[in-house]
Design a protein around this ligand. Structure first.
Ligand code: ADP
Length: 164
């Protein structure tokens, strides 16, 4: 039996913090699906298609890692699919407070056999978030080394230049 997990997030854009959690989750399961959450209320910096393309490019040599996107209730995506876990990263107490509530609600909604799994952020990534990175780049700055891959940083700079 193949053990397949899902890792969800906005990934707008993907950071080294996400990449670390993805690699660690991928080593725990046979297959990992990166599920980009489409939030109609949040426009976001990159479109879902752009985020998908960037993530697929980063993991192009990893056949066990795939990318998908979804909108609406997480359980509606998870329950009909062959998934045994939903993975999330925890950076701070703030993440924990939010995630425990979500996980306990999801526990009621997920079918039997689906678990929420949490991986603690490495200390060097605990202050890395997509929004931090966006804030720095949006005002013409360059995030400290180790926050976001160069390729992604380049795309962010192009995007903000287009936006003017
Ligand atoms: P962000 O808060 O950066 O916008 P997302 O909504 O894309 O993040 O988060 C997707 C998942 O990745 C969440 O479980 C989140 O806690 C986790 N995550 C995000 N950044 C990091 C990080 N630097 N280290 C560990 N986990 C992270």
């Amino acid at each position: 039996m193949i053990r397949r997990a899902l890792i969800t997030g906005s990934f707008d854009p993907i950071t080294y913090g996400h990449i670390d959690i993805i690699n660690r989750a991928a080593s725990m399961f046979d297959e990992l699906v990166i599920g980009i959450i489409k939030n109609p209320r949040k426009g976001g910096l990159f479109t879902i298609e752009e985020r998908t393309e960037m993530i697929e490019d980063l993991f192009k040599d990893r056949p066990e890692i795939s990318v998908d996107s979804f909108q609406g209730l997480l359980a509606d995506y998870v329950n009909p699919r062959d998934l045994c876990a939903v993975v999330r990263g925890l950076r701070t107490e703030k993440d924990f407070a939010y995630e425990i509530e979500m996980a306990q609600v999801n526990q009621q909604l997920f079918r039997e056999g689906v678990e929420s799994v949490f991986l603690m952020a490495r200390p060097e990534y605990s202050i890395v978030s997509s929004s931090n990175v966006r804030e720095i780049v949006s005002v013409g700055g360059t995030p400290p080394e180790g926050m976001v891959p160069d390729k992604i940083l380049q795309k962010m700079k192009e995007k903000y230049a287009q936006k003017g």
